[in-house]
Write a protein that binds this ligand. Structure first.
Ligand code: F6R
Length: 249
């Protein structure tokens, strides 16, 4: 694991954008695994700024998103397809037909999950997977469980996740209770992973996930086994790691 300590959210966003940029420059037709949520928004802004400057070209880039809420369509402003369009795709020259988000409106969710896994395989897998982390250790929407779910699957969101994500909705009752998420196997098969975290709210889970036992009760703990994991996190998110593992800093 490479640990990159950023000063604050802006610094984290810039450093993370540098890692993504390097991938796009070195492999213009790369497959990027993308995440939503608050954490990567600044990174996407930075990528847009570099695209506008002429430093980045997304023409041949393909992307595959981690997850989508069940019941929200592409036009719902709380949905993740909408989020990606607003925060990245509408502002760079990526071909939208090269971008994928699970279809939260699929009549047959199981079939949609199998289609998504086949699509990832057809793309040849993910070159760089961007991840955030839930405060319960989820990655994508792989929630704490008794076993690691490998494939893309339907998930019942944990109450902690519903509570955390209610900040984006008018009321907590509007937060969908289910989502489709890429499974742990697809995430772990990415050639490289970059895990982002910002803020003291993530400090405990970052230490538990990166240095605690590897267990499906903390889904992000599996990342300890990935051969090419880069963690980009700010000082606040790394404060417990810094207290317990001072030798790393
Ligand atoms: C989003 C996703 C989630 C988030 C996580 C952290 O696509 O897969 O795992 O990365 O919930 O969310 P934020 O960044 O809002 O703290």
């Amino acid at each position: 694991m490479k640990l990159i300590r950023a000063k604050d959210y802006n610094d984290m966003s810039r450093k993370a954008a540098n890692v993504v940029s390097a991938t796009v420059i070195l492999r213009p037709n790369c497959v990027l695994g993308l995440a939503t949520g608050s954490t990567p928004v600044g990174m996407y802004k930075q990528l847009i700024a570099w695209y506008e400057k002429g430093d980045l070209d997304f023409k041949a880039v393909k992307s595959i998103n981690l997850d989508e809420y069940v019941g929200l369509d592409a036009y719902n402003d709380q949905g993740y397809r909408y989020f990606m369009n607003e925060n990245l795709f509408n502002h760079v020259n990526i071909d939208k037909s090269n971008t994928s988000v699970p279809n939260g409106m699929a009549a047959d969710v199981e079939q949609e999950c199998r289609r998504y896994d086949k699509h990832i395989a057809d793309l040849g897998g993910v070159d760089l997977q961007v991840l955030g982390i839930g405060n319960n250790g989820h990655i994508g929407f792989n929630e704490p469980d008794e076993a690691f779910e490998q494939q893309t699957h339907l998930v019942d969101l944990a109450q902690k996740t519903i509570d955390a994500n209610s900040r984006f909705f008018a009321s907590i009752d509007d937060v969908p209770k289910q989502a489709i998420t890429m499974g742990i196997k697809s995430i772990m098969q990415a050639k490289a992973i970059i895990l982002l975290a910002s803020g003291e709210g993530k400090a405990d889970i970052m230490e538990t996930a990166l240095f605690g036992p590897i267990t499906p009760k903390v889904p992000a703990s599996i990342l300890q086994l990935h051969p090419n994991l880069t963690v980009v996190a700010d000082e606040a998110a790394l404060q417990v790691v810094a207290q317990k593992h001072p030798e790393l800093f």
